[in-house]
Design a protein around this ligand. Sequence first.
Ligand SMILES: Cc1ncc(C[n+]2csc(CCOP(=O)(O)OP(=O)(O)O)c2C)c(N)n1
Ligand SMILES: [Mg+2]
Length: 597
Amino acid sequence: MTTQTVSDFLIKRINEWGLKRIYGYPGDGINGIIGAIDRANGSVEYVQVRHEEMAAFMACAHAKFTGEVGICLATSGPGAIHLLNGLYDAKMDHAGVVAIVGQQARAALGGDYQQEVDLMSLFKDVAHEYVHMASTPAQVRHLIDRAIRIANAERTVTCVIIPNDVQEMSAVEIPPRKHGTIHSGAGYAPPRVVPKDADLRRAAEVLNAGEKIAMLVGAGALQATDEVIETADILGAGVAKALLGKAVIPDDLPFCTGPIGLLGSKPSWDMMEQCDTLLVVGSSFPYSEFLPKEGQARGVQIDIDAKLVSVRYPMEVNLVGDSAETLRALMPLLERKHDRGWREQIEKGIADWWQVLEARAMNEAKPINPQRMFWELSPRLPDNCIIVADSGSAANWFARDLKVRRGMMASLSGNLATMGPGVPYAIAAKFAFPDRVVIATVGDGAMLMNGINELVTIANYWKEWSDPRLIVMVLANRDLNQVTWEQRVMAGDSKYECSQTVPSFEFARYAEMLGLTGIRVDKPEQIGPAWEQALSASRPVVLEAITDPEVPTLPPHITFEEAKKFTESMIKGEPRLGHMIKQTFMEAVEGLLPHKK
Ligand SMILES: Cc1ncc(C[n+]2csc(CCOP(=O)(O)OP(=O)(O)O)c2C)c(N)n1
Ligand SMILES: [Mg+2]
């Protein structure tokens, strides 16, 4: 090739940044770029998805699981619009994603042209840190350099819009050396960010003065496992984990109180109710009512992003810094708590809670108790596996019942809490780590929203993965269950069948039709063997579990107000009232009784 186009240069530059994969969907707004990817002979891998939103979810998951920037590509107009929800997911969970989108030819813009959408305005919110359109080839080098660097450094979404005529023009690799040109370079290395000594000392004073210390860790602490464990040990603290921080520390540590919030655990709730000091590391967990009451505890927060400190609880000391580095700098200033009473109390609560969870999981249900699907998976989780959950009741059981160990990764849509990322996240995890087992836990509503379509993508690509094991476990409860329970508990409304009941769909048979393995379980005794079969399969598996929608996804403690509304909803009439009351009662009793084997 003698003349390289703007698009050829774009792909070359992405390569120079060390990025090797693009999730996309074609259209005439990006023909130039697709052609360049083809000409690049595999230097960048193009993954074809079923819908642009899925490409954005995959780019997001790529960023979450690898720490690299994820890239998604869509055509002008409809393709660009489809990206949005996945991009918001990335933005809100602080995953670095670059969206590259096409646009109509420059000469047509402003002419009410076919597929002409004001993309600058469309992306101005989600990509406000950096969204620009190339109007001439000499711009492309710095647009892509800056989009990638800013996405990486700010852990956010950026967007480069390239009109289709610009894509086909001759590249200007080196802009002329004259007034009004930009000469950018590639590369980014994250800095070492540590707070000032005086602030570390102030934080240590607060933590040393406390007697009952609660820690809360989130996604920002994923690279600080050892430091979190060591700090908790010095402080005699318990550690609660926000959803996105599920993999920060192993769940079987005796002082890990597990999840917090509506999907949380009783030990996390008790710890936050009773602590006198709160140390938050890398989390902006949203619900303040699950944190100590204002004034109850003195607070210290560590976060790399100054915008996120002291937004959920008024902290006495805010340390802006990298979690691991900051904890390492802080630890020598901390005094080991000699009275371990607080820690022992927390550990006792945790041990009891695990028994409650086991009893809840083993409760009878019609036909399968969804918690048992997770409970039985837990001890069978392969080393280094990657687990994802969709938004829905699965997120509760993912958070509570799965015992994540060291080396595993786990994620979901934390802040946007959108339905739909389960299967695409799993696909991106497989592309990033083809040798690791990936397990997605997804509701039937989310599967029917988009999951069954992305199963086609799995069928299309699985033979390329060195270990083909990808398991999509579907909670087939014929219900939009998470919301059904929210409507009962939070609004006091009974189930509105018209909005909540999901049509039946044979997920396992559909998987078989696609050439995958389909397993269907509708008896509790089939659960263990089904997981064994799925985890030793030689191709991706859809494990369809016929689960009971009347198993409550109640928060760890229900407030009086919620309980009252819940009772009202039951009185107003529920389709399966008798069974539901029994199931809820069993759950409540399991939470109260001491469990003796
Ligand atoms: C895109 C989107 N639409 C709607 C919601 C609200 N919502 C949250 S969970 C849920 C129900 C999910 O149903 P399903 O996937 O079947 O899982 P289940 O709770 O039944 O296990 C809904 C409708 C959402 N979070 N995202
Ligand atoms: Mg459902």
